[in-house]
Design a protein around this ligand. Structure first.
Ligand code: COI
Length: 400
């Protein structure tokens, strides 16, 4: 599908550089966004890149009342060779469609998803922070826009993609966090939408999350809905434990999000010859294991959180320290391995990175267009075309 690109006033490199110095997760957005509508007659149509702007939807739009919504979160990384690459974008495309299917929404399909993400990131490439300073977080979202009350599947949808530079999800960065183990509320029940990346799951985590913060913790850990006995996931990331030198994580039961970082860590661990297990993990096993020294590390994993060490668990008002509150060796290894692949300092043996080719015709209004209007008009068209992409490492896949 051909994506129409509107003229958008781009922020100057200096303005962007200033924003890159104070990155708080999810607060800063790039200049542009992608939009595309769906209806039963036309399917997905009118794909376009426009300025990042508020949406105009009816107050009766289905998404606002019945939460018919799905989304993704993926990242573009600046690499040491100067290129920009997406991490496992194909897997995010697949997951968005699986989530959409559960919410009775039309699939976007990998082709449109990847075209939208690549074009947006290419146009807003200046927004990708320098190596080591953060990444560009990309949020593809589908919402039901049909203007009608009544609980039923909508017949109109909007697929949009926004992006913004981010630093670490937890403000203190790669430091051990405190986790509140939630024994009353649950995130998702078996058979519901827990495996889908959909707003309702996150809405359910807000009150427990607020309780966790009130107790001096950084995040909440949910237990299973039936017995409140087995670990499920945190408020927006998966959990891992190192038990007797085995890397253990809760099995995907249907109520847990199948994290792409989770899957990546399991693959890296296997490639290191580490024994891995996806199974039921009880809170009891973890608490006793910490006391007896069998559980040596616990960490969180997600696109936003990357790998975040867990320094303590608060269980029924008692704080249980993990690894004396220090970053574990394997936790550090997985963090280094993933960030090395992201930044291109480690070989991308799994072929997870896809270079964003410098290709889109920007339709860009230079930031200083007003002041330099005359000179800009006189300049040959070629001078406004961006420099070609730097040399691509042979192992990387390249799209477009
Ligand atoms: C992500 O990891 O991308 C998420 O959507 C989780 C959220 C806590 C930001």
């Amino acid at each position: 599908m051909r994506i129409a690109i509107s003229q958008v006033k781009s922020s100057s490199k200096a303005e962007i550089a200033k924003k890159h110095q104070h990155l708080v997760f999810g607060r800063t957005f790039s200049d542009r966004m992608f939009q595309c509508e769906w209806n039963p007659d036309l399917g997905w149509h009118q794909p376009r890149i426009v300025a990042h702007q508020p949406l105009a939807i009816a107050p009766s739009a289905n998404v606002l009342h019945y939460a018919q919504q799905v989304f993704e979160g993926l990242k573009a990384h600046r690499r040491v060779d100067g290129s920009i690459a997406l991490f496992r974008a194909d897997k995010h495309a697949e997951r968005l469609d699986r989530s959409a299917d559960r919410l009775c929404m039309p699939a976007v399909g990998p082709e449109l998803f990847l075209e939208a993400v690549h074009t947006l990131v290419d146009l807003d490439r200046d927004w990708v922070p320098p190596v080591g300073a953060g990444s560009l977080y990309i949020r593809p979202t589908i919402i039901a826009t049909e203007a009608a009350l009544g609980v039923r599947v909508a017949s109109n949808y909007l697929f949009f993609v926004i992006a913004g530079p981010v630093g670490p999800y937890f403000p203190k960065g790669f430091k051990p966090v405190k986790i509140f183990v939630e024994q009353q509320y649950v995130r998702a029940v078996p058979g519901s939408i827990g495996f889908a990346k959909s707003a309702g799951n996150y809405a359910a985590s807000l009150l427990p999350g607020r309780n966790a913060y009130a107790n001096g913790c950084d995040q909440v850990l949910f237990l299973d809905a039936r017995e409140r006995r087995y670990l499920e996931e945190l408020g927006g990331m998966n959990i891992f434990a190192v038990i007797d030198d085995t890397l253990v994580t809760p099995a995907l039961s249907g109520s847990i999000l199948p994290g792409i970082t989770r899957d990546s860590i399991l693959q890296i661990a296997a490639s290191m010859g580490l024994h891995t297990e996806e199974r039921l993990v009880s809170l009891d096993e973890i608490v006793k294991g910490i006391e007896q020294g069998d559980v040596t590390e616990i960490f969180a994993a997600g696109t936003a959180a990357v790998v975040t060490p867990i320094g303590s668990l608060m269980v029924n008002g008692t704080t249980v320290e993990v690894n004396h509150g220090r970053v574990g060796q394997l936790t550090q290894t997985f963090y280094d391995h993933l960030t090395g692949i992201h930044q291109g300092t480690l070989s991308d043996d799994f072929l997870w990175m896809t270079t964003v080719a410098s290709k889109a015709k920007t339709g860009k209004v230079p930031a200083k267009a007003k002041r330099t209007n005359v000179r800009a008009r006189k300049r040959p068209a070629k001078a406004q075309v961006k420099a070609p992409a730097k040399k691509i490492r042979p192992k990387q896949a390249t799209r477009r």
